[in-house]
Design a protein around this ligand. Structure first.
Ligand code: AMP
Length: 152
């Protein structure tokens, strides 16, 4: 086997290992508490080292399209501050930040044209809820009839 052949074989195996480890990492869940990890994708979107399709922004919050939409409208609304989940946001965020995030949720629903037709807000926190990105985010889902989740 030529050196070129062997090198390209090694390259293919290496690429497959990288691709499969990324696929696993994408679905890894995270804890809802603990130190903030400023290398998470939403932290990178906030410092603009990672691109996002931003649909709304105010002083303390931004909203952008989910990279893997689960509904016709699937936007993520996040605080600009460093909060892993609702646990630290609810205890450590200032009143201004809390108001700005709630306003951003309503404004984003309006902007996406779902405030009349209806929408769902979901904020996963921690392992049991399958949170995968350790920065507080609300999924705003709508634009179609969504599956009903009964909570009674
Ligand atoms: P969760 O499982 O509640 O933590 O949701 C994380 C969400 O972030 C998933 O719906 C992902 O598709 C989405 N996501 C991950 N990385 C990005 C990114 N760079 N831009 C937009 N959405 C992302």
């Amino acid at each position: 086997m030529s050196l070129l052949h062997r090198t390209s074989k090694l390259f293919i195996v290496f690429s497959l290992v990288i691709l499969s480890s990324n696929a696993i990492a994408e679905h890894e869940t995270v804890a809802s508490t603990g130190q903030y990890d400023d290398s998470n994708p939403f932290a990178r979107i906030l410092v603009k080292t990672l691109k996002a399709d931003i649909v709304f922004e105010n002083k303390h919050a931004i909203a952008f399209h989910d990279i893997a939409p689960k509904a016709a409208v699937h936007v993520l609304v996040i605080p600009k501050g460093e909060y892993r989940s609702m646990v630290d946001f609810s205890t450590q965020a200032s009143d201004d930040e809390i108001v700005a995030l709630v306003r951003a949720l309503g404004e984003t629903a309006k902007k996406m044209g779902v405030s009349d037709s209806g929408f769902k807000l979901i904020a996963n926190a921690g392992h049991d809820a399958n949170q995968t990105v350790p920065h507080l985010h609300f999924h705003l889902l709508g634009g179609e009839k969504l599956e009903c989740i009964s909570v009674d």
